[in-house]
Unconditional design. Structure first.
Length: 104
């Protein structure tokens, strides 16, 4: 996936008032591959971003959530817990021991 640079300053438009103006903003975003900030009364209101940028932002946020979760784990304690613990019906067995075949 090729994502245009997020370092470039996004364009700005006044809030579209008609459906045709919204279509023009979307066309501009898709064609240029750059976000456009929509203004209302001279103040930045929202951003219209290419789908690739949204996907990238979601990946970054997911990565940050994983890092936050990992930071909460007591890794010293986690290393001390036996591998077979909390394995349901496999409790007490070796992790790679084959499952028993069900009776026919």
């Amino acid at each position: 996936m090729t994502v245009p640079s997020l370092l470039e300053e996004p364009g700005r438009v006044d809030e579209p008032q008609a459906a045709q103006e919204y279509a023009a903003v979307l066309t501009q975003v898709v064609a240029a591959g750059r976000p456009v900030i929509v203004r209302r009364n001279g103040a930045d209101l929202a951003a219209v971003v290419p789908l690739e940028h949204l996907e990238l932002v979601r990946e970054i946020l997911a990565h940050q959530e994983v890092e936050r979760s990992a930071a909460k784990i007591d890794w010293t304690r986690a290393r001390e817990i036996p591998a077979h613990r909390n394995r349901g019906s496999r409790q007490g067995r070796q992790p790679f021991e084959p499952e028993e075949e069900p009776a026919s």
